[in-house]
Design a protein around this ligand. Structure first.
Ligand code: NDP
Length: 453
């Protein structure tokens, strides 16, 4: 069968066996379309049924989470852990707590994670998990009881050489602490079974900053390749969580101007540059709305969600040189891509997972906008998670500077790999294709070595 027909056959089979999993289908389509030139050249992937195997999670765990709220009412949520692929190492990937979480979302994230983790060149497989639990508006005690109930089931399936979850949307230092504490209580083992731990109890310096810093390093590598640099660039950033905050912090330190941030209720535009201290105080510490930012900085503008332009997002209407979508999937659509191009944006660098819709991506490419794909651009988080695992296993502690230097090198290596692969397959600079092929090839070759399992 020719390569295109082979990919289409597998995509059809996903549609049939997992109906309604739109985001998973979107993620698989993007990867498979990129793989066609490789599959044409290398027949052995088809001979070993790699696509058939790689789209199926090795294991999917779905469980009920029962917990008690502050008014002593019993509440229920669904918990998920999708252990997608362990060819290169223990399953690794975050947990997301958000009301939108369902099996299709967890599978899209887990599928992406396989290739992202392979690109880091570290020994980690791909997995992802989460729950439709909404931490917003819950007390600390409720969040703790939920995390404990979640771990009551999850602990049976994880382990430091088996599956090591981390944070994602709605899961930060507080949740990781409660999850770790409950694992310890249940098993009587003090082990590195999650990453993103506190510095005082097994965490790594630089893990909190890693995804955002890594994303800016990746953007710098792209710009350097084109004889340019991030310094002096006006950067539109979406999101106001872990990835966005540390993207903004690193942009400042590299001499760029991060002019925006956003949360699920609105966007802040601060032309002279987002004040990181205020941002952290409002979102990391206070868990409040960004509306407060404009009260504290009268020269900033707050654009509430209901004032967003028709079919688009306020943050992408702001004139900028570089865009860093760092909130959630499909947050940068066709209308947004048109606005960015019209305003002179030269690079879109994905901090979030799959933030750019396929039609937006096509529009950006057709108009010569450079593109840092999520699998590569946001791989810094999982890379430093693996460094946390390495420190735990060897009972060592590396300095912030040491971790940051390694992170910079890993991001450079990922860029070089994606770039070289794009060149090898005749589309120099197409980093989406380069990253997908390079990540896939590493996993697929190892799958062949490990036999039909
Ligand atoms: P956080 O929960 O820390 O922050 C998410 C931010 O995005 C919040 O400001 C949130 O708003 C906003 N947001 C979330 N969902 C929506 C939505 N549907 N519409 C508008 N705004 C939304 O998550 P992270 O920063 O950790 O993750 C952000 C993205 O980066 C995700 O795609 C994640 O998968 C990806 N990622 C994260 C990594 C990590 O290390 N944390 C690693 C690699 C990728 P509000 O404050 O109102 O909730």
């Amino acid at each position: 069968m020719d390569a295109k027909a082979y990919t289409e056959k597998i995509l059809t089979s996903i549609r049939e066996c997992s109906p309604g999993q739109t985001e998973f289908y979107q993620a698989a389509t993007e990867v498979f379309e990129s793989l066609v030139p490789l599959l044409e050249e290398e027949k052995r992937y088809q001979e070993h049924s790699i696509l058939e195997r790689i789209v199926l999670p090795e294991r999917t765990i779905i469980f009920r989470v029962t917990w008690m709220d502050d008014s002593n009412t019993i509440r229920t949520n669904l918990g998920y852990r999708v252990q997608f692929n362990s060819t290169l190492g223990p399953y690794k990937g975050g947990l997301r707590f958000h009301p939108s979480v369902n099996l299709g979302i967890v599978k899209f994230l887990g599928f992406e994670q396989i290739f992202k983790n392979a690109l880091t060149n570290l020994q980690i497989g791909g997995g992802k998990g989460g729950s439709n639990f909404n931490p917003k508006g819950k007390s600390d005690a409720e969040v703790m009881r939920f995390c404990q109930a979640f771990m009551n089931e999850l602990h049976r399936h994880i382990g430091q050489t088996r599956d090591v979850p981390a944070g994602d949307i709605g899961v930060g230092a507080r949740e990781i602490g409660y999850l770790f504490g409950q694992y310890k209580l249940l098993t009587a083992h003090f082990e590195g079974i999650v990453t993103g731990k506190g510095i005082g109890w097994g965490g790594s310096f630089g893990r909190r900053e890693a995804t955002g810093y890594g994303s800016v390093y990746f953007a710098e590598h792209i710009l350097n390749q084109h004889g340019d640099e991030i310094k002096g660039k006006r950067c539109a950033v979406s999101g106001a969580g872990n990835v966005a905050t540390y993207t903004i912090e690193k942009l400042h330190s590299m001499g760029a101007i991060p002019i925006s941030c956003s949360d699920s209720r609105g966007t802040i535009h601060h032309p002279k540059g987002i004040d990181v201290k205020t941002l952290k105080a409002i979102k990391e510490v206070g868990r409040e709305s960004l509306a407060k930012y404009a009260e504290l900085h009268p020269d900033a503008t707050y654009i509430p969600l209901h004032n967003y332009p028709e079919g688009g997002h306020a943050v992408w209407t702001l004139p900028c040189d570089v865009a860093f979508p760092s909130a959630t999937q499909n947050e940068l659509n066709f209308v947004d891509a048109k606005n960015l191009v019209a305003n002179g944006c030269i690079l879109v660098n994905e901090g979030a997972n799959m933030p750019t819709t396929p039609d937006a991506y096509e529009y950006l490419r057709a108009h010569g906008v450079l593109f840092g794909p999520a699998k590569a651009a946001n791989a810094g988080g999982v890379a430093v998670s693996q460094l946390e695992m390495a420190q735990n296993a060897s009972m060592q502690r590396w300095s912030f500077a040491e971790v940051d230097t390694r992170l910079f090198g890993i991001m450079k290596n990922i860029f070089d790999t994606a770039y070289a692969t794009s060149k090898e397959f005749g589309d120099e600079g197409n980093l989406l294709m380069g990253a997908n092929i390079a990540g896939f090839r590493k996993v697929a070759d190892a799958m062949i070595d490990e036999g039909a399992v």
